[in-house]
Design a binder for this molecule. Structure first.
Ligand code: HEM
Length: 395
């Protein structure tokens, strides 16, 4: 009898040890992942649903010696000898989210003037994007004064611009005190145009807020409310369905808060207007496009337009912020830089027929190509040849 009881006792101890080991193993496994359960939930979330995440975008260091009068725009020359249609995204260095320089005043003045005259044609926020737009303002509140302390100051109720004296109220205040559209407030702080994409219950992203005030070739009023694919197909972006659509849809679903990206593009413009390229038609016309444009008469009329775009997921609302910063300079200035005329010549010549149509090739080729060729040959005579070109271009 005593022997039987001892056996039972032994079985019980063995069972307890095994159960303990199992629990320990489980705990160890969960420690390895170290992610709060809600962030795992967002990974497998239902379309259109988002649980707020604890992620905090790091506060950047101040931009060393940044000066609103002296800091020059970055020389993005985002073209290769051969053009290929790809998403062209790369990881963004977090400190470099927003780039400001000595053209800030021009961009800001153009924005203020155009927002006044064009109103909701150039900016606006759908009710379902309002929380995301205020989250964007909060992100600017954290980022801009830290990165550009000579331009911005945090206030308990919002932000002060130390150069223009503008005060933006968007925090800890009575909703009645907020009289301006949040996207317009955000756009007045930076040189970028801004858009917010919100995921619908169909898993598709929609343009639900924006301040698209210096877009050059497209209009916020034509695209607001649209799904991502229609934004692109309505503009006849070449090979969108074949080469971009599915990759972009997957990218948008999977983008995480800690892994923002950037991409650059480039266009040739046949006038010097940053905000709206009037060569393709009056901004107020119903339909605008390259087909209405006159052919450029000389290279002096041509401008190089290049956008640096960033995409970031906001942690609280899960909305995606799209920033579009345009860099703009005369082609003649660009061609003074080593290797540029040959590379741009090759790039433009490599465009396929649909890309040519989309980018207005036939309206500037006769002014652009002989000029690029002449400039390239001048450089090559001086020994600036393709074989000596650095293989990493300054994007
Ligand atoms: C991964 C993200 C994205 C990729 C890869 C992409 C790709 C492209 C490409 C290839 C073009 C043709 C011009 C160029 O080369 O840039 C284009 C045009 C355009 N994209 Fe995107 N895009 C992205 C996100 C967005 C978002 C979030 C918006 C929201 C506003 C947007 C709005 C537009 C517009 C309005 C155009 C001009 C269309 C027109 O000509 O009417 N894109 N995009």
């Amino acid at each position: 009898m005593i022997e039987l009881e001892f056996k039972h006792y032994l079985y019980l101890v063995m069972l307890a040890v095994a159960a303990g080991a199992f629990v320990l193993k489980l705990l160890k496994k969960s420690n390895v992942k170290q992610a709060p359960s809600r962030e795992i939930l967002n990974k497998d979330r239902k379309p259109g649903q988002w649980m707020p995440e604890s992620y905090q975008f790091p506060i950047p260091p101040p931009f060393l010696n940044w000066d609103i009068e002296k800091t020059r725009p970055l020389p993005y020359r985002a073209f290769k000898h051969k053009y290929t249609i790809t998403m062209g995204i790369r990881n963004m260095e977090l400190d470099l989210w927003i780039e400001l320089d000595n053209e800030w005043h021009k961009y800001h003045n153009d924005k203020v003037m155009r927002a006044q005259t064009l109103g909701n044609d150039v900016y606006g926020t759908y009710p379902e994007a309002r929380a995301a737009a205020f989250e964007l303002l909060d992100e600017f509140w954290n980022y801009l004064p830290a990165r550009y302390p000579s331009l911005f100051k945090q206030l308990p109720t919002g932000m002060e611009n130390l150069v223009t004296g503008e005060v933006f109220k968007f925090k800890n205040c009575n909703p009645d005190d907020i009289t301006e559209d949040p996207m317009l407030m955000a756009a007045k702080m930076v040189q970028d145009d801004l858009a917010i994409m919100i995921e619908g219950s169909d898993g598709i992203y929609y343009l639900k807020a924006g301040a698209i005030i210096l877009p050059g070739f497209w209009r916020f009023k034509d695209k607001k409310g649209m799904p991502l694919h229609e934004i692109h197909t309505s503009g006849d972006v070449p090979k969108y369905n074949e080469k971009l659509h599915s990759g972009m849809a997957k990218f948008f679903t999977r983008l995480t808060c800690d892994k923002p990206v950037v991409r650059n593009n480039y266009f040739i413009q046949t006038d010097d207007e940053l905000a709206w390229s009037s060569s393709i038609g009056d901004e107020k016309e119903d339909v605008v496009g390259w087909y209405t444009a006159d052919a450029a008469k000389s290279a002096q009329q041509l401008y190089f337009r290049s956008e640096r775009q960033s995409l970031r997921r906001l942690p609280k609302t899960g909305a995606i912020v799209f920033t579009i910063r345009t860099y703009f300079c005369p082609i003649s200035e660009l061609c003074e830089e080593p290797h540029i005329p040959r590379r741009l010549f090759n790039a433009v010549e490599s465009w396929s027929e649909d890309v040519k149509e989309y980018r207005g090739y036939y309206k500037f080729k006769d002014a652009l190509l002989p000029y690029l060729k002449e400039k390239a040959e001048e450089q090559e005579k001086r020994g600036i040849i393709e074989e000596k070109e650095p293989s990493v271009y300054p994007f």
